[in-house]
Design a protein around this ligand. Structure first.
Ligand code: GLY
Length: 375
């Protein structure tokens, strides 16, 4: 029997349904949660090495208590791990460990580990089951849910991958306690995105409660993660392979990807920070095109500033390229179809929509104006 209380979000995909379980201290009960998926008392874990000191020993001790054999491969933190070299390392290591089709692979880390290990599980023996135990807020509310797996290549991020749903997502909110504030807040960019794209009441709740969430309020964290996962699950169930509405989850991401590329994917801008700034720009663009009220972008940015987050281009340190160069980077987005960018715009907070009908000149002028505010 499990000991810790937990919330459940069910993802009812036909033939691939699974639970997302959210609670404090779930790591202690990992054996109970994975027991239904085990054909033999053995698992393999691929973990982010930043978890080696505190959280990985808790996970392996919990498995040991239940007499489940666990072999562990720890990989370096950071986006550079999500490439061909480490994919080969993981797949060969899984084969060295004689992982069979019926076995269970555990991905224990943030988005990099979840995407890499999920992809390795997708291609190993044409698909083995895996469990996500996400260790960052960003992974807990976004990347561990929905089955997008993959790696980066020299041509860009996430260009090689597969849809492969996990068998279970186990979210232990205690793992958030050891994150730096910056990494926590970067994940918060994705939480806020859910309110902005589809739930105005959730955004209002965040305006009231997110500062407590930042300061460690477990109930607020649990609610925000649960609501984010519910929204993601709904969208994924309606459009698993992103033929339509799943693209709503990319609110802020077209701008974000260009800014990440312009800052060389380095410490100057974390992904969730780029998403937050990108959401502000998406609302600016929506206002300029007459889709939403002129004051809505300011409300989005006011909330980001309340949270102590980067809110616009002037918060990015160092040089940025000019508007044309940023537009060129946006044009490399993998959602470009026949040269036309896809944008997620909004009619208001909680009411996003997908469009290709955005004149380049309006985007260029917006970026020119926003870049000018940096000087
Ligand atoms: N992170 C966006 C998606 O899962 O579709």
């Amino acid at each position: 029997m499990s000991h810790a209380d937990f919330e459940t979000v069910h993802v009812p995909l036909a033939g691939r349904a699974y639970d997302i379980r959210i609670g404090q201290g779930l790591l202690e009960d990992v054996a109970d949660h994975i027991a239904p998926f085990l054909k033999r008392p053995k698992v393999v874990i691929v973990a982010d090495e930043s978890l080696n000191m505190v959280h990985l020993p808790k996970l392996t001790a919990a498995l040991d208590r239940a007499e489940i054999e666990a072999n562990v491969l720890s990989l370096p933190s950071g986006e550079q791990t999500k490439g061909w070299a480490h994919l080969t390392t993981v797949v060969e290591w899984l084969l060295d460990n004689e992982v069979e089709r019926g076995d269970l692979v555990i991905a224990f880390g943030g988005g990099v580990i979840g995407d890499l290990v999920g992809f390795a599980a997708a291609i190993l023996r044409r698909g083995v089951r895996f469990v996500q135990i996400p260790s960052t807020l960003l992974a807990q509310v976004d990347s561990s849910v929905g089955g997008k797996t993959g790696i980066n290549t020299r041509h860009g991020k996430n260009l090689v991958g597969a849809f492969h749903q996990p068998s279970l997502v186990l979210i232990d909110t205690d793992l958030l306690d050891t994150l730096s504030e910056r990494i926590f807040l970067s994940g918060y960019g994705e939480v806020m995105k859910y309110g902005l794209l589809g739930d105005a009441a959730f955004f209002e709740w965040l305006e009231q409660n997110a500062p407590a969430m930042k300061n460690g309020d477990v109930a607020a964290r649990t609610y925000a993660i649960k609501r984010s996962c519910e929204m993601k699950a709904d969208i994924v169930v309606g459009d698993e392979t992103e033929q339509g509405d799943r693209a709503l989850l990319n609110l802020g991401h077209t701008f974000c990807h260009a800014l990440e590329a312009a800052t060389d994917y380095r410490d100057r801008l974390m992904h969730g920070e780029g998403v937050a700034i990108g959401c502000g720009l998406a609302f600016d663009l929506s206002a300029r095109l007459g889709h939403c009220a002129q004051e809505t972008p300011s409300r989005v940015r006011a909330h980001l500033r309340d949270m102590g987050m980067k809110a616009d281009l002037s918060d990015i340190d160092g040089d940025l390229p000019d508007a044309d160069a940023l537009l060129a980077l946006m044009a490399q987005d993998k959602k470009v179809v026949q040269g036309q960018l896809t944008f997620i715009l909004a009619r208001g907070i909680g009411d996003a929509f997908i469009t290709r009908d955005v004149p380049n000149d309006v985007v260029r002028q917006l970026l020119t104006d926003e870049l000018a505010r940096r000087t």
